[in-house]
Design a protein. Sequence first.
Length: 120
Amino acid sequence: MIRVTIPLKLPSCNDYINACRKNKFAGAELKRRTEDSIIKYLEYIPEFQKPVKINFTWVEENKRRDLDNICFAKKFILDALVKSGKLKDDNRKIVTAFEDNFEYGDKAKVIMEIRDEWRN
């Protein structure tokens, strides 16, 4: 199992929708900037060649954002894993399952645990 902490408050689904409504380029720019920010924290993890299961622990500073809006950011994380070459793809053959957990703390962050499916 590989554990990675991404010490960022990632955009919610509502943030992304609002950017897309702003103009035709704003949503793509938000996605690109978010993925680039995430990739910095993926530098030292290995490349996964076999199917994986991913556990996300979303740590929020308060309870203002809806849970479904928070975990929408897994789209950015999975795309960053593919973009950085850590995953071959994020389709169902490669990412076979994921789980979301929610906690509250002083600073927003995401703790991601990646497990090789074939080892479980």
